[in-house]
Structures are given as C-alpha cells and as structure tokens.
Design a protein around this ligand. Structure first.
Ligand code: NZQ
Ligand code: ZN
Length: 393
C-alpha cells in the first residue's frame, strides 16, 4: 500500500426524515443566509423541496432560490449563482438534487470567493481558494458521489469543455443529508445510470497495478457486489427502501476515496466519457456503460490476473487457472450483460454517438492534454482505439 493522506470531514445524516435537520445543520456549519441550488423541478414532485424549505424557515434562515441546473451542468448557472451570492450577501450554498446540482453549488462556493473568473481554477491558470463558502447537500439521486467527494465537474459553454476542477478537500461538503426515500421517484434510466457511475467509480480504483492493497480490494468488491444486487431490486420495485438505501450509501463510499487510498488510480474511462457527454449531452452513467467494458477489454491483457479476480469475486465466475485471460474476459462479458440488464446502452450507436466523430473527440480532449490513465497510459491513439472498441457487440 502506498503512503496517503485522507481527510473527509463531511457530516452525514442518513435515513428517512433526516432532511428535517437541514436548517439546524446549516446553522451548525456557520450559515446565516443561504443560496438554495436546484435543478429542473423534480424536487417539487417529491416532498423534498417542501421539507427542506420548511426546515430552513424553522431555523430562521433567509434563502434565495437558484433553479434550472441542467444535467452536465453548465458554467452559465455558476456565474449566475456567484452573482446572486455577492449581490444578496449570502454565506452558505445548499444543493438540493443530484450530482449536477451539487457540482454547481461547489463551483459557486469557490467561485464567489475567487477574485478572477472561476474557470481559471478549472483550466489550472488559477489556484483553488483555500476557504470556499461552506456547502451542504440534500441528495436526491444516488450516482455521482459528489455528496462526499473532493471533485466538481462543470461544462464551460464556450468551447464545450467538460472538465473537472483539481481535486481538493476544500470541495467536500460540510454536510450531506441522504434520505433514500427521495430516490424512489427516479425513473429507471436514472437509477441505472447511477448504478453504472458508482460501479465505474469503484473500478477506476480497483483496476490498478499497485500491489498489496488487500483491504481496499475487498472493500471495493463488497461495494460492487452490493450494487450488482441492489440495482435490479430497485428497478423491479422502485419503492424498495432497503435497496435504495444500499445504493445511496454505496454511491457515497464509491467516491469519497475510502476504497481508493494507497494505490495508483486509473480514471481513463471517466476521461473518455467526459468527451461523450460533451459531444452528445448523454447521461454520464450511460456513457460509462459504453466506455468501461471497452476500456477493460483494451487494458486487460496487461494484467489478466486482476481482471480474473474481478470476474471471480464480483460475478462469481469460476477461475480457469490454466487460462486466466478466459476468466478475465468472462468477467468483462458479465459486466456488459449486467449493464444491458439495467437497460443501459453498451455501444456508441445505442448511445447515439458516431464513430465518425472519434477523431474530433480525440482532438477536443487534446485541449486538456494527454496522457491520462493509471494501469495503461492513454494517448490520442489509444483513446481512439478504445472508442472504436466501443462499437463491438
Ligand atoms: O433537474 P431535475 O428536475 O432535478 O432532474 C434530475 C435530472 O434530470 C433528475 N433527478 C434527480 N433526482 C431525482 C430526479 N428525478 C426524479 N426523482 C429524483 N429524486 O435526474 C436527472 C439527472 O440529474 P444529475 O444531477 O445530472 O445526475 P447525476 O447525479 O448522475 O450527476 C451527473 C453529473 O455529475 C458529474 C457527471 O459528470 C455529471 O455532470 N460527476 C460528478 C462527480 C463528482 N463531483 O464527484 C463525479 C462523477 O464521476 C461525475 O463525473
Ligand atoms: Zn462518474
């Protein structure tokens, strides 16, 4: 296991009814005037909006609402939020929604205290402020893990750049309220996209060449098995609280890095997927369902034993000791069928993407730079090869 630092100070309130504590939590973490950030309105169809605003009123907290964050969140909404915070003299950012809402809240929180254009932090020409405004979240979608993560992903409209901010503990929320019941209203497609994103967050860490990481390997496997069990249950019965609860906590654990410490991580599939969502505005999880198995097939020959272990531990495949690659391939096949079972696309065509666009996607990615990846270094040629593999059945 490599040396590491791990600082994850987010306070979690988990379970049905915990959203009633939101106002008290904002107070506890220093808020007195709140910017409430939300998406396109799903929170009004469930009782989340009412419960959270009631709780803020009970705590005597004035708040200003910012609606309209869209999936694959855009920089325009961040500028709007920064402007509101400064004009209304707000001191706490509360996100009510999924990963896109939370990431917008995070970007507003550091953008409001940054002197220049907040995008300079994304393009690395400026530094992440050490003390952004505090952020709290009330999560309504188990997927991105932003409720506990040190990441933030925004698309800048100019140039259509979907980039992540430099990872920073300053981006971790002060608190996150996780009520699994809020996720019962998710359409099957979003539930499935969420499960794929969580699986990908674990795989980006699990697939490593770092030796002697037995504990975190087992933590990864436990999470993967839990998601593989819970996601079909949630699809079959959307109101299954316990399946929703497993997914919700798994999504947080998949990405707060407790499973990824002490090892070299990969993240190539995410880097490639961000081009798909930039080009086609697809759901992040759907893009990952296409890229991840292709990336696995591409990289597997460099470390078949690790992929065979995945097949055995996660999907219960039998190890063929004489032909480890055969077991490894079976694991990848099982993962792909699992994605199909969830109703996810597994080819570029099913995603609505075109092989003709591959050179343009590689070129677009070059603005951010090559290489990326951990198990295998991915340059422009490798990225193009992986995207081509995405069209194989
Ligand atoms: O906008 P509303 O009306 O709220 O609808 C949303 C949206 O259309 C809907 N939704 C959310 N909760 C719901 C619901 N519908 C019914 N019932 C509910 N309870 O779901 C749709 C998708 O929401 P979104 O927030 O976009 O999804 P997700 O949580 O998957 O977030 C995806 C974004 O997070 C980024 C992705 O790239 C993508 O931009 N990521 C962020 C990460 C991070 N900050 O740590 C890590 C991830 O790897 C990922 O890159
Ligand atoms: Zn992701």
């Amino acid at each position: 296991m490599d040396n590491f630092a791990f600082y994850s100070p987010t306070y979690f309130a988990f379970g049905n009814g915990e959203e009633k504590k939101t106002g008290a939590l904002v107070r506890r973490f220093g808020g007195s005037r709140v910017l409430l950030v939300m998406g396109g309105g799903s929170v009004k169809k469930i009782d989340a909006y009412e419960a959270v605003t009631d709780s803020l009123k009970k705590a005597d907290l004035p708040f200003v609402e910012l609606w309209g964050v869209q999936p694959n969140p855009r920089s325009g909404k961040v500028y709007e939020g920064i402007e509101l915070v400064r004009r209304e003299n707000l001191d706490f950012i509360l996100a009510l929604g999924g990963g896109s809402v939370i990431d917008t809240a995070k970007a507003i929180a550091f953008g409001a205290v940054y002197e220049g254009d907040f995008w300079e932090v994304f393009d690395r020409s400026g530094d992440m402020p050490e003390h952004p405004l505090p952020v709290g979240t009330v999560l309504t979608l188990s997927a991105a893990g932003s409720e506990g993560s040190n990441s933030c992903v925004i698309t800048r409209e100019e140039g259509n750049l979907k980039w992540g901010a430099p990872k920073s503990d300053a981006l971790r929320p002060q608190f996150s309220v996780l009520n699994p019941r809020f996720t019962c209203s998710l359409p099957p497609y979003q539930t499935a996209c969420g499960a794929v994103d969580m699986i990908a967050h674990i795989c980006e860490r699990y697939f490593t060449n770092t030796p002697n990481v037995g504990l975190t390997d087992r933590l990864c496997e436990a999470l993967l098995k839990t998601i593989v069990e819970a996601a079909p249950k949630a699809l079959e019965n959307p109101m299954d609280y316990h399946a929703r609860a497993d997914l919700m906590w798994a999504g947080m654990l998949a990405h707060n890095d407790s499973c990824g410490v002490g090892r070299k991580q990969d993240w190539a599939s995410h880097q490639i997927e961000h081009e798909l969502s930039a080009f086609y505005d697809c759901a992040h999880g759907a893009g990952l369902a296409v890229v991840m198995p292709a990336w696995m097939s591409y990289v597997m020959p460099t470390n078949p034993a690790r992929f065979a272990r995945f097949a055995v531990e996660v999907f219960g495949c039998e190890l063929d000791a004489m032909d480890v690659e055969r077991t490894a391939k079976e694991g990848i096949r099982r993962l792909k069928s699992f994605f199909r079972l969830l109703g996810m696309p597994t080819t570029l065509k099913e995603l609505g993407a075109k092989t003709e666009d591959i050179p343009a996607m590689v070129l677009h990615r070059a603005e951010k730079g090559f290489p990326f990846g951990g198990m295998v270094e991915i340059g422009p040629a490798e990225m193009a090869d992986i995207l081509l593999l995405c069209d194989e059945e």
